[in-house]
Every structure is written in C-alpha cells, then in structure tokens.
Ligand binder design. Structure first.
Ligand code: NDP
Length: 256
C-alpha cells in the first residue's frame, strides 16, 4: 500500500543516474520526501526537478520536500559531516537506500590497478558501511527505520573478470545479512536488492567510457531498466511494518 510512503523521508545515494535516480522519482511520486546524494551536482539537480514534477503530477499533498547534496561516499569525512548539509526539515530519515556503486574494468585480477581496487571498496563497501552506521544510530534511538542496500547477482556468484567487484558485493551481502540478524526483534528493517543485468551508466563506467563496448553486453537480450529495480526498492519500503523483505534477486528473463 503506497500510503505507507506518505511523508516518509528517504535518503538515496547514487541518485544522479540509473537505479538511484529512478528510485528517487518513484518515491517522490508516492508522496515521500527525498534527499538525493551523489558527486555530480548538475545531474542531481535534474533528478530533483524530475522528483518535483512526479510529486506534482501525483496530486498528493503529503511529501514533496527534496534536497540534493553533492557528496562522495568514498570520503568518510564527507559522510561524518552529512547532517551539516541536510536541511533541518529532512533530518528525520525513515529509509536509507545505499545504492552508490560501480565496477571499473572486466579484466584479469593482475591487470586491475591498485587505485581501482581501493576506489571500488571505498565506494561499494566502506561508504555503504559508514552511512549505515550513521543512520542506524538514529534508527536505534527512535526505534524505527529501514536500510535498503543494493547488492548484485555478483554478490552471490563470482565471475571471471569481476574479482574485485564481486568481492565488494559479497561484502555487501555479508554485511547486510549480519545487520538483519543484529536488528531482529526490533522494528528496524533491513533489505538487500540484488539485480541482474540493468542497462544504466553502470556498463559505460565498467568499460571506462567506451559506449559501444558497454552496449555490446546487451546485444541479443532485453536487460532490465532502472525503473524495474526502483519498483522493487519502493515495494520493499511500502510493506506493512511487521514485514521485512530480506533479499530480492531480480533478473531479466534472458538471465539465470
Ligand atoms: P549508474 O552508474 O547509473 O549509477 C551509479 C550511481 O552511483 C551514480 O549516481 C553515481 O553518481 C553514484 N556514485 C558512484 N560513485 C560514487 C561515489 N563515490 N559517491 C557518491 N556517489 C557515487 O549505475 P546503476 O544505477 O546501475 O547502479 C546502482 C547500483 O546498482 C550499484 O550499486 C551497482 O553496483 C548496482 N547494480 C547494478 C547492476 C547493473 O547491471 N546496472 C547490476 C547489479 C547491481 P556520481 O557519478 O554523480 O557520483
């Protein structure tokens, strides 16, 4: 029931494109308030405007408060000072969506640069953990909240050429599973969404900006689109308070 989204405040990382952007717009459409985080300020401003339009078109009176905060999740000091940047009307966060993440290169482990290894872990794992720690302190204090982490099929099954990325997503799955068990018997919910192939900027980043290599991945099949995953995230957030969606694995029909 989408009435459970009304006036909820949702903080989404990686909200400047792909799954994060689509999720922000869908929450806005459902009457939630949204804090959008990512590094690219201009792209965030565009998504915030899409949120405003989606909320307006919904005709809902509740929600509709938005803020865009340029922030690099791999920089722990930026996370530590997050509350200084969040407007006071949006500081009571109900749902955290840890979505920022990327893979750089599909290559033999020996060919992946040390800085790329560090950056993938700092973004996909350490950033996600820092932000979760920050928000879970609040959630515990008010005895309510929902952490939704973006894992991946790569967090369940390793693949050749994906050594570092699959290691980061296995770490996300282990962390999320432990958090779920730590918070059992509390009203705080923990969910991991594990997409298969979704056509977003993800593939372009993976092939270091080579758009034709990025496109080739989807030749002869129909990948998911960002909105498919956004629907799963918003659905998990809109379940009744006693229902916790622990894991959702979502594939296109061409993938198994
Ligand atoms: P996109 O590349 O479209 O989006 C990634 C988002 O993460 C961007 O908004 C980017 O914004 C943000 N981001 C990256 N690094 C940082 C950082 N250091 N600090 C803050 N924000 C950052 O990809 P998707 O939407 O596809 O990916 C979203 C999530 O879904 C990721 O965690 C990914 O691993 C996961 N996933 C994706 C799959 C796919 O096939 N697409 C499959 C399985 C999982 P900016 O550059 O502005 O900082």
């Amino acid at each position: 029931n989408s009435s459970r989204l009304l006036n909820k405040t949702v903080l989404i990382t990686g909200a400047s494109s792909g799954i994060g952007a689509a999720t922000a717009v869908l929450f806005a459409k459902g009457g939630a308030n949204v804090i959008l985080l990512a590094r690219r300020a201009e792209a965030l401003a565009k998504v915030q405007e899409q949120c405003r339009q989606a909320h307006q078109a919904s005709g809902l009176k509740e929600g509709g408060q938005f803020a865009s905060i340029p922030l690099d999740v791999s920089d722990r000091s930026q996370i530590a000072s997050l509350w200084d940047k969040v407007p006071s009307n949006l500081r009571n966060v109900d749902v955290l969506v840890n979505n920022a993440g990327f893979v750089l290169g599909v290559d033999h482990v020996g060919n992946i640069a040390e800085e790329e290894v560090q950056k993938m872990f700092e973004t996909n794992v350490f950033g996600l953990i820092s932000l979760t720690q920050l928000l879970v302190r609040d959630f515990k204090a008010k005895n309510a909240g929902h952490v939704i982490n973006l894992g991946s099929i790569a967090g369940r099954e390793p693949y050749a050429g994906g050594s570092i990325y699959t290691a980061t997503k296995h770490a996300v799955r282990a962390f999320t599973g432990s958090l779920l068990r730590e918070l059992v018997n509390t009203p705080i919910r923990v969910t991991e969404i594990q997409p298969g192939m979704v056509e977003t900027e993800f593939s372009i980043v993976r092939y270091r900006g080579d758009e034709s290599a990025a496109k080739k991945v989807y030749e002869g099949l129909q990948p998911l689109v960002a909105e498919d995953i956004a629907e799963e995230i918003v659905w998990a957030a809109a379940r009744p308070p006693h229902v916790n969606i622990a894991e959702v694995l979502v594939f296109p029909v061409n993938q198994a």
